[in-house]
Design a protein around this ligand. Structure first.
Ligand SMILES: [Zn+2]
Length: 77
């Protein structure tokens, strides 16, 4: 599990989530994963792309296929 700190593409707030290789399809990188910003105001889903070391390549609020898991953001660790 790797802790990631990023920003939500919808509301630009700082977000935290944990990810591991089993959360993504490792056949092709960057690999997408859905991230739900668990927040009373936002609560929207974005798609984050990560490389083979689980580093975030980019993120988008566009709906795209290909992710195999939906991860929720966590409260600030
Ligand atoms: Zn948000």
């Amino acid at each position: 599990m790797v802790l990631k700190v990023s920003s939500c593409p919808h509301c630009n707030s700082k977000i935290f989530f944990r990810i591991e290789l089993s959360d993504i399809n490792t056949e092709r990188f960057p690999a997408p994963v859905y991230i739900v910003h668990k927040n009373e105001i936002c609560d929207k889903t974005s798609i984050f792309y990560v490389d083979s070391k689980l580093r975030i390549s980019y993120s988008t609020k566009e709906k795209k296929a290909g992710a195999i898991k939906i991860l929720n953001t966590i409260d600030k660790p």
